[in-house]
Design a protein around this ligand. Structure first.
Ligand SMILES: [Zn+2]
Length: 176
């Protein structure tokens, strides 16, 4: 027998108020975020805390993090310690610095980072958001595409392998 998820209309989970529960194999909820935005989310994601808001909470975390560091002497240091900043730096280097080890797989074969992101870590983080977990790393959706809005996301290693495989399949189909 399937366990009924302990979630009902009117519940409040973090910033989300449950307006409707759509029970099924993957029970979903229509929620309204404190900021006013409506969203349909998986009930289990509310329960396990993976979803805390419509997404605005992540933006706030970024702002808060920036704020906290922005007002200390160690501003640059503080931001540089974040995994997001390191990921941005490394991506930038892979594309633009011929002296790094894996340049040939990136800059060496024409992969670039868009000018806006090169110039601004903030612009980058506003687009990709915070790294969801330690298992996630930056992934380009189209492996031959650039680091630019629409082509970059955080993904786990297995998601990336899957992505590569399906890209290879597409390439093979095209060649066939
Ligand atoms: Zn919100």
């Amino acid at each position: 027998m399937r366990r009924t998820l302990a979630i009902s209309v009117g519940d409040k989970w973090h910033r989300c108020t449950v307006l409707d529960v759509i029970r099924g194999r993957n029970t979903e909820c229509l929620v309204q975020c404190e900021c006013g935005v409506y969203k349909i989310v998986h009930a289990r994601h509310l329960i396990d805390g993976r979803v805390k808001s419509c997404g605005c909470w992540k933006d706030e975390l970024v702002r808060e993090r920036r704020y906290r560091h922005g007002h200390s002497v160690g501003r640059a240091l503080g931001i540089r310690e974040t995994p997001e900043y390191r990921a941005w730096c490394h991506a930038k280097e892979r594309c633009g610095n011929p002296n790094v080890r894996n340049y040939h797989d990136y800059g060496g074969r024409g992969i670039r980072m868009c000018a806006e992101w090169q110039a601004s870590f903030d612009a980058f983080i506003e687009h990709v958001g915070l790294k969801p977990s330690r298992q996630h790393s930056l992934d380009r959706i189209d492996n031959d595409g650039d680091y630019e809005p629409g082509n970059v996301r955080w993904a786990t290693r297995s998601e990336q392998v899957r992505n590569r495989r399906s890209a290879q399949r597409v390439a093979m189909d095209r060649a066939a």
